[in-house]
Design a protein around this ligand. Structure first.
Ligand code: OGA
Ligand code: NI
Length: 338
């Protein structure tokens, strides 16, 4: 049943409903967040490929996150994506209600929080989830309002996919694998998108936009609002704020690349916090392995000194496990250790 009143973006909230309030021990403690740290920034246009490859390898090992500049996606396209995403969330409630679903199995859904059917406490986020590959199969079901939505988002999806594959080459090389290894091993990749909308929140200290989680897929490319911060990454036991760099995209290693790298590269905990002044948007693109391929550590990275840390499994098994849990439980990959 479509129940639009569950969406946050259909009303202004002067007070915070109790179902969003975290117990004391689980709150974000925003004053303890490190705000002046910087996650690594990699210039993809650097003429020295070896430098790019080693910078990416270092970032994957130490932070599991990095920002890329000169990534080849036009600034005007990025601006258009954020604008059309914002217009989408500003549509009237009746229009959005038509797309609402809280069924995680739906390939296209406008939803709220993370998994409203299962959670005890909700998150201060609405999101539009889309499947993006192959485009001709999924785009017909995407929102047709705003009128330019399909065209702008499909152009962006195509470019993000290419960028993802270029990053796979560099990541493969940085692990000492053949350049085409990751792309080949993950099979015909699915691609999903979450258009996240975090409304202004009256009590940001009591809740999350997204609580701490790791991404279950292989690689995530995040386009963030460059005016409003909100993403935070766990590093050495401390939460650090990711300050948006104009024009940059944020890349993070998902659980499947942690497994493939046999634990060398890290799919780190991250979260989105909200604020009381400004709404915030982000557009996350998830590259996901083919459902049926066998995943696990690359054979070349399993040695006597570094035995396999993870079992082999299919993405289908992994993804089902991920969505059957709460977002902020133990690292899902822990369930797939040898
Ligand atoms: C995600 C995510 C962070 C953000 O969608 O998986 O981590 O800043 N988003 O929106
Ligand atoms: Ni995430």
């Amino acid at each position: 049943m479509a129940t639009e009143h569950q969406l946050l973006s259909t009303a202004e909230h002067e007070t915070m409903p109790g179902k969003y309030v975290r117990p004391e021990s689980q709150r974000p403690r925003l004053t303890e967040v490190i705000s002046d740290a910087r996650i690594p920034v990699v210039d993809l246009a650097s003429p020295d490929r070896a430098v790019v490859v080693s910078a990416i390898g270092d970032a994957c090992r130490t932070h599991g996150f990095f920002q890329v500049q000169n990534h080849g996606i036009d600034a005007s396209l990025i601006t258009a994506v954020l604008a059309v995403a914002q217009d989408f969330f500003r549509l009237p409630a009746e229009e959005k209600a038509k797309l609402y679903s809280d069924d995680p199995a739906r390939k296209m859904r406008l939803s709220t929080s993370f998994n409203v059917r299962k959670e005890a406490v909700h998150n201060w986020r609405d999101y539009l989830r889309l499947h993006c590959h192959p485009l001709d199969q999924f785009v017909p079901d995407w929102p047709s309002n705003p009128a330019s939505f399909k065209e702008i988002m499909s152009t962006y999806c195509r470019e993000v996919r290419e960028l993802g594959f270029r990053l796979y080459s560099a990541i493969s090389e940085s692990l000492g694998l053949e350049e085409g290894y990751i792309k080949k091993t993950l099979g015909e990749q699915e691609q999903h998108m979450a258009v996240n909308f975090y409304p202004r929140c009256p009590e940001p200290e009591l809740t999350y936009g997204l609580p701490a989680h790791t991404d279950p897929n292989a690689l995530t490319i995040l386009l963030m609002d460059d005016q409003v911060a909100g993403l935070q990454v766990l590093n050495d036991g401390k939460w650090i704020a990711v300050n948006p760099q104009p024009g940059a995209l944020v890349i993070n290693i998902g659980d499947q690349l942690q497994a493939l790298s046999n634990g060398k590269y890290r799919s780190v905990w991250h979260r989105a916090v909200v604020n009381s002044d400004k709404e915030r948007m982000s557009v996350a693109s998830f590259l996901c392995p083919c459902n049926s391929v066998e995943l696990g550590p690359a054979a070349k990275l399993i040695t006597d000194e570094t035995p396999a840390v993870y079992k082999n499994y299919t993405y289908d098994e992994y993804y089902k496990k991920f969505w059957s849990r709460n977002l902020d439980q133990e690292h899902c990959l822990e369930l797939f250790r040898t």
